[in-house]
Design a protein around this ligand. Structure first.
Ligand code: ADP
Ligand code: MG
Length: 377
C-alpha cells in the first residue's frame, strides 16, 4: 500500500482527497452536553471529531502546494452547502464549494484554495461503485488519496472504483487507524480486555469471534450480552435480543469463561437496560488491571440518566486506566462526550464505526484492498 509519503512531489499536483465528513448534525441552536470548545453558537455540526481528524492531512497537502478537491458523503442525501462556514471554522481555512463534478477541472485550472464537492452519494453510481462515475470524478486530477477510514468497508465509487483511474495512496488517517487498531489486535492476549455493548450484535459478534483467542476477557453488555445470556438458557425477560441468535453466535463458544456477562442489571418493564452496581464494580476491576483495552458499545441506554451509570463508570475507568485504550463507535463517542470525558484521555479514538468493527473482525475492507493493503501483507 502506497502512502502519502511515497508521492514524489506534491507541488501543483491536483489531488482528489476522499475525506470523511459524515457527522451528526443538530438542527437546534443550542447543544447540550458538548464541550463548549467543540461547538459555536448556531452550530449545525453536533460532533466535529471526524472533521478535526481530517485537518492534519488537508494542512499537509496545502503546505506542500498541492491543489486539493475533497470528496465526502453526508448520509445518503445530506447537503454540504449550509455547513461550509462551519467547516471553514473547524479546519481553519476557507473551503470552496463545488456543486457538480463538471465544475472540478475548471476550478483546478483557476485554483483558489481547497474545495469540497457536494455529497458524493447525491450523484448516481456512488454506492454502486460505478466506474463511469469514478472516471468522471478523476478527470483533470493527478492523484487520489483516501483519508476516509470510516468508509473503507464500503465498495463505493469514491473509495474503490476511483483507484482504477488515478495513482492511489493511503492518507495519514487511514495509516493511523490501521496502525493503532493493528497494534491493539496484536497486543499480548494476557491482560487484553475487550468491552462490547450497544446494539447491532451481528456486527459485533464477528469481532468477538476473531479476538477471543487473543484476549484475556470480553466484558459484555447490551444486545450481544442478552443474546449470549439467552443462548446460555438464562431468563432475560423482555430484554432486547436478535431474532437470529443462532446465526449471530455460530462458531462462538458461548460457554467460554472469557465471555463475561453482567451479574446484575438496572431493569425497567422487565428489560435489562443497564448493568448493575456489582457488575460495574467487577468490570472496573478488570479494566484497572488491563494493559490493552478495546471498547465499543455503551453498557446501557446511556441517553437516559436512569440507565447511564454503567456506561459512565465504565467510560471513566477506561479513561483513567494506564492501559493502551482504543475506543470507537458513534454512540460510544457520543456517550464519552455526554459524560464530559475528554477524548484525549484515550490512546486512540477510531473514526470508524462499521469500518473499525470490520477491521477488528479481520475482514477484508474493500477500500483498503483497492489501495493494495492486502496485496502487500
Ligand atoms: P456504537 O455506535 O458505539 O457502536 P451501538 O450503535 O451498537 O454503539 O449501540 C448504541 C445504542 O445501544 C445506544 O443507543 C444505547 O441506548 C443502546 N443500548 C445499550 N444497551 C442497551 C440495552 N441493554 N438494551 C437496549 N439498548 C441498549
Ligand atoms: Mg451506533
Amino acid at each position: 500500500m502506497k502512502t502519502v509519503k511515497d508521492i514524489p512531489n506534491l507541488k501543483d499536483k491536483k489531488v482528489l482527497l476522499r475525506v470523511d465528513f459524515d457527522m451528526a448534525l443538530n438542527q437546534q441552536l443550542t447543544i447540550n452536553n458538548q464541550p463548549s470548545s467543540s461547538v459555536s453558537h448556531g452550530a449545525r455540526i453536533a460532533e466535529p471529531f471526524r472533521v478535526e481528524k481530517q485537518k492534519l492531512m488537508i494542512d499537509y497537502l496545502i503546505e506542500h502546494d498541492a491543489k486539493v478537491v475533497m470528496v465526502a458523503h453526508l448520509g445518503d442525501t445530506g447537503e454540504f452547502a449550509p455547513l461550509i462556514p462551519q467547516l471553514h471554522m473547524l479546519l481553519g481555512r476557507e473551503i470552496a464549494f463545488l456543486k457538480s463534478i463538471e465544475e472540478i477541472p475548471a476550478y483546478l485550472e483557476n485554483y483558489a484554495g481547497p474545495a469540497l464537492l457536494e455529497n458524493i452519494r447525491r450523484f448516481p453510481g456512488e454506492k454502486e461503485n460505478d466506474e463511469e462515475l469514478a472516471q468522471k470524478l478523476s478527470s483533470g486530477l493527478d492523484i487520489y488519496i483516501n483519508n476516509a477510514f470510516a468508509v473503507c468497508h464500503r465498495k463505493h465509487a469514491s473509495v474503490s472504483a476511483v483507484t482504477k483511474f488515478l495513482p492511489s495512496y493511503a492518507g495519514f488517517l487511514v495509516e493511523e487507524e490501521i496502525a493503532k487498531l493493528g497494534q491493539a489486535i496484536d497486543a499480548p492476549a494476557e491482560e487484553k480486555v475487550i468491552i462490547m455493548g450497544g446494539v447491532k450484535a451481528e456486527t459485533k459478534a464477528p469481532v468477538i469471534k476473531n479476538l477471543i483467542d487473543n484476549a484475556d476477557k470480553i466484558l459484555l453488555s447490551g444486545v450481544i450480552a442478552n443474546d449470549i445470556a439467552k443462548a446460555r438458557g438464562e431468563d432475560i425477560g423482555r430484554s432486547v435480543v436478535d431474532d437470529n441468535i443462532n446465526k449471530i453466535l455460530s462458531n462462538l463458544d458461548i460457554a467460554s469463561p472469557k465471555l463475561v456477562l453482567p451479574v446484575d442489571y438496572i431493569m425497567a418493564e422487565n428489560r435489562r437496560l443497564d448493568i448493575g452496581e456489582k457488575t460495574i464494580a467487577m468490570y472496573r476491576e478488570v479494566i484497572n488491571s488491563a494493559k490493552t483495552i478495546i471498547w465499543n458499545g455503551p453498557m446501557g441506554v446511556f441517553e437516559k440518566d436512569e440507565f447511564s451509570a454503567g456506561t459512565k463508570l465504565v467510560a471513566q475507568a477506561v479513561a483513567d486506566s494506564s492501559a493502551i485504550k482504543i475506543i470507537g463507535g458513534g454512540d460510544t463517542i457520543a456517550a464519552v462526550n455526554r459524560f464530559s470525558i475528554p477524548l484525549e484521555k484515550f490512546t486512540f479514538v477510531s473514526t470508524g464505526g462499521g469500518a473499525m468493527l470490520a477491521f477488528l473482525a479481520g475482514e477484508r475492507l474493500s477500500g483498503l484492498e483497492a489501495l493494495g493493503y492486502y496485496a502487500d501483507k
